[in-house]
Design a protein around this ligand. Structure first.
Ligand code: ADE
Length: 282
């Protein structure tokens, strides 16, 4: 998977993304990053200006359309050249050749506090793409016309405002990259952790068995894998209900809790079902 990041601060991206797990994945050829300086596409040879005042007045400068658009065109061309390198194409088949040269527009994410708030499901969706282009804004924003022309997705990382789009882009790239097959050593870790099924991850413990008078829950030492799985699911449910009631409601709507099978005396008044009384394990 290839990430193309349009930015005024390429060094910010290059330093951060080439370390740790993502750096290793890059060395393995599973992902690639390319930070492209929008300033290189300025038509102003002297100062490489990319911003100007806003029509209608108001404080601050706006990123202009032309350098961003030209930067985008260069990336789209590169992507298209890669897709149409023709390695697997039977050149005797005219229809196939014609097809291959049709340019597929890349998905372009504009990182902005005005976008849809990023989540794990969106990360999984983006991870299916071969190429993703990010546009990082600065100053007071970007001329609307170029956004209309190139952007396919408006995405925010939360309801707060940062000084620029580089950090949000890196947050998203990290979350997306780790879902690319082979990036994580252990495929399982991508499957069981927080946000799969809208549940947060259960508590985990390592050695020693007792620390500061706190003991590891006995069930985790029992060797009974079925019981351990049941305990973990229960803990995930309890934790999600406490910490993220919004996610718990979503999970509940997809996994209605079934009252436990063991015989309980029914309370007379309409008993409210809660996570601790129920299970969805058959
Ligand atoms: N740019 C500035 N703030 C942002 C945010 N919260 N999410 C995405 N992009 C941003």
């Amino acid at each position: 998977m290839n990430f193309h990041i349009m930015t005024l601060f390429p060094e910010m991206i290059e330093h951060s993304l080439s370390t740790s797990i993502l750096g290793r994945a890059m060395m393995k050829g599973l992902i690639s990053f390319e930070a492209i300086n929008i300033r290189d596409y300025s038509k102003d040879d002297k100062h490489h200006k990319v911003d100007d005042y806003t029509y209608g007045g108001g404080a601050g400068m706006l990123m202009q359309a032309q350098p961003i658009y030209d930067c985008y065109l260069a990336i789209a061309e590169k992507i298209s050249a890669g897709q149409n390198s023709g390695d697997n194409i039977d050149k005797t088949n005219v229809a196939e050749v014609d097809n291959c040269c049709e340019k597929k527009k890349p998905r372009v994410i504009y990182v902005t506090p005005q976008g849809t708030v990023f989540n794990q499901q969106m990360a999984a969706d983006f991870a299916k793409e071969e190429d993703l282009v990010f546009l990082c804004g600065h100053y007071e924003g970007v001329d609307e016309r170029v956004l209309e022309e190139i952007v396919t997705d408006y995405v925010s990382i939360g309801d707060y405002v940062l000084t620029g789009g580089e950090l949000p882009a890196m947050v998203m790239i990290d979350a997306i990259s780790r879902l690319v097959p082979g990036v994580l050593n252990n495929d399982e870790s991508a499957m069981t952790e927080s946000f799969n099924n809208n549940l947060l991850e259960y508590p985990q413990y390592s050695r020693p068995e007792e620390w500061m008078g706190k003991k590891v829950p006995a069930i985790l030492l029992s060797g009974d894998h079925k019981k351990v799985d049941e305990w973990r699911l229960e803990q995930s449910i309890i934790r999600t209900k406490e910490r993220r009631p919004d996610l718990y409601e979503k999970w509940l709507s997809e996994n209605p809790l079934k009252p436990e099978k063991k015989k309980r005396r029914r309370r007379k008044s309409n008993p409210e079902i809660n996570a601790e009384d129920c299970t969805n394990i058959e």
